[in-house]
Design a protein around this ligand. Sequence first.
Ligand code: GAL
Length: 468
Amino acid sequence: MRNKYRKPTTLPCNAGSRCSTSLVLWSLLGFLLFLHLYSYICNRDTNGEESRLHVSHHPQFRELQEVEEENIQVPPPKGKRSPRAEKRRPKPKRPTTLIDEFLDENSQMRHVFFPGLKRAIDPTQAAGNDSYYYYPGRIWLDTDGNPIQAHGGGVLYDKSSRTYYWYGEYKDGPTYHAHKKGAARVDIIGVGCYSSKDLWSWKHEGIVLAAEETNETHDLHKSNVLERPKVIYNEKSGKYVMWMHVDDANYTKAAVGVAISDTPDGPFDYLGSHRPHGYESRDMTIFKDDDGVAYLIYSSEDNSELHMGPLTEDYLNVTSVVRRILVGQRREAPALFKHHGIYYMITSGCTGWAPNEALAHAAESILGPWETIGNPCIGGNKMFRVTTFFAQSTFVLPLPGLPGSFMFMADRWNPADLRDSRYVWLPLIVAGPVDQPLEYSFEFPLWSRVSIYWHRKWRLPQGWSRFK
Ligand code: GAL
């Protein structure tokens, strides 16, 4: 009887607990869904607000976001082309492309890709209305009137002196091929450094890390390779730390070099090189996060993937933490930046000095997972967009006073005469919804579209403040 009495009460009780468990689960799921929806809407609102803010508060900002078309036609083949360009063509009957024209040093279109000097960009003449304009791809002179030599570079903002420092490869030497099939090269001269208060006129501060002339076993012997130097400041040690790609002429050493200095304008002391985490490292960059932790990002495994890992507290080495990202995507020339807590990165494909299509990537955590969100280039024409405006990413600098806007820095390499490679600096804006489906995440994306706008001539809107 006791059992009979108990049984019916036990059964509904179990069913009830199952019911309430599923009720709890469903409400939890509903709550999570609501949270996602809410953060998505908030994110959209913030972005929407931000673009409205740009447009309403900075009328010139609208100019930056205007889509500027280019109508460049490839001229019909005429007479003899240079033997080098002929050799490069695998099929002789293939129609000429703009990339062929770009790589052909005798092209009739040479002036389109490598236009000559314009007085307006000469800071020694910088007076009147035409000053402070950027002319992407044109020769850019320093305050002494010499073409700036800071290729594959990056910019450091030095808080104590309220000055920007631009470091890059000083390539003012003859271009030659070390081997018949080797890439065009210039002997290492060193790292050029330029300072500026306005990001427009640049004073040459000299070569802050120089090549080694005599000791052939030295990493920086002139016959080797020093590329993509980047500098960050370490608050704890008070040192300026430079990381760079060091290699031999055949790019088989694949290592990173580190140098330090007490002042941003050098001289930097070279500390040596190593393969980070024991892996090959070619194109690379460093990124200092808001919490002071810095990261090394490098192309590895024969450029098939990127690796990323935090540096030690003194920024002089990597730690044992490393992540493989964009595996199998063959990306290089990484340039990282952060906006509203989200990490973004621009990369290029791997085609040596020849330009190719840029891609933007985003991540909620710097160590990944990273999501590819598409080609950020807007304007020009299709050829401009699939060649990153005939340039390759090197650095992205936040523009203080204009949240969500950045200076995109790229190199328009000139493999026929590397010292005459040009700088393509353009406005990069993070706003609006992404236009590519997501790979890893089934959630609503927290990130926005990254857009780099082509302009033949542009300047920073008045609203930007020079100092952080
Ligand atoms: C590119 C790289 C440059 C330079 C060049 C040499 O892929 O981004 O920094 O190494 O190759 O061909």
